[in-house]
Design a protein around this ligand. Structure first.
Ligand SMILES: [Zn+2]
Length: 308
């Protein structure tokens, strides 16, 4: 009896494990089945992700690629993330250098396509609109920050609705309706921020990198200059001398740093020149600005506080 006892226990465990194994397999198949039925898409970074989620509603699954609080411009996929993304049909992206790292996903995720959301948007040129003459910009000749305007956000929502409808025709009308309702929310928020910024003392601002020209156009602000000649590039003393002249001429009192970019030199420059500091955010994703509208309100508030 004693001799057979361990075998009895072993058998019992074997049966239990086998039973658990079968249950686990059934359970994961059930979950996969549920996910497989629903369209799976992704968006490169937070504001775009939020717009896509509003349009997708309950009908499609949207994944976020850049973790909240990280810069959208510099990013690398982890192998684990690529594994999680298998089955993704469309990845919504901005393009033009904003999130070009996403092109790597196309090969790594068979059956996926990258959908730029720029259709129908009046793109600004970095060179002509706000670059130094003849100077190459980090982002290329098109300024990619077009998501930072409400008008463009409405166009982006419609583009996403069209794409989701193509991939999942059963819910085509639902996606269109979601985009319409969300478009109204965007218009309301835009109207409120315009009101808030209608009585500013000054409309002149200096930002850290060249992210806010579409935002400035939306709210009738004037970007006098950027602290970095190109995104992520330290300014030379000559560049700063010119910037100091602009600050004098335009009576600038505040500089805008950014949460995802290294702002140390800008902080020092502000201190040396007796300028106040505020913050503008191109990517959000963190508490208080995790939605697109929250991000735009945050930037509106920052400008309203700084220039009142
Ligand atoms: Zn940027």
């Amino acid at each position: 009896m004693k001799k057979f006892f361990p075998i009895g226990i072993a058998t019992l465990f074997a049966v239990l494990f086998a039973g658990y194994g079968i249950w686990a397999l059934w359970d994961s198949a059930r979950e996969d089945g549920r996910d497989e039925k629903q369209l799976k898409v992704a968006a490169t970074f937070s504001p775009l992700y939020d717009i896509a989620k509003n349009v997708a509603g309950e009908y499609a699954n949207v994944e976020l690629l850049v973790p909240p609080g990280a810069s959208p411009h510099f990013y690398e996929f982890s192998p684990r993330q690529l594994a999680n993304l298998q089955g993704t049909k469309a990845i919504f992206a901005i393009g033009y250098g904003a999130d070009d790292w996403v092109t790597k996903a196309k090969e790594a995720i068979p059956g996926s396509e990258i959908t730029l959301v720029d259709q129908g948007i009046a793109l600004l040129s970095s060179l002509e609109e706000h670059g130094e003459e003849g100077e190459a910009r980090d982002h290329g000749p098109i300024d990619p920050h077009y998501w930072l305007s409400f008008e463009n956000a409405r166009i982006i929502a419609d583009t996403i609705a069209r794409k989701l409808g193509e991939l999942d025709s059963e819910h085509e009308a639902d996606y269109r309706e979601n985009a319409r309702v969300y478009g109204q929310e965007l218009s309301l928020a835009e109207h409120e921020i315009k009101e808030q910024l209608s009585t500013l003392e000054s409309r002149n601002i200096i930002t850290l990198h060249d992210a806010f020209y579409y935002f400035a156009q939306n709210f009738d602000l004037h970007i006098v200059g950027t602290f970095e000649p190109r995104a992520g590039e330290e300014p030379t003393p000559q560049f700063l001398a010119r910037l100091r002249e602009e600050i004098q001429t335009n009576n600038i009192k505040v500089l805008f740093a950014e949460p995802q970019m290294n702002s140390e030199s800008l902080r020092q420059f502000a201190k040396d020149n007796n300028l106040a500091l505020s913050l503008l955010d191109e990517a959000g994703g963190v508490e208080g600005r995790d939605s697109y509208i929250g991000l735009m309100r945050y930037n509106g508030n920052a400008i309203s506080q700084a220039l009142k």
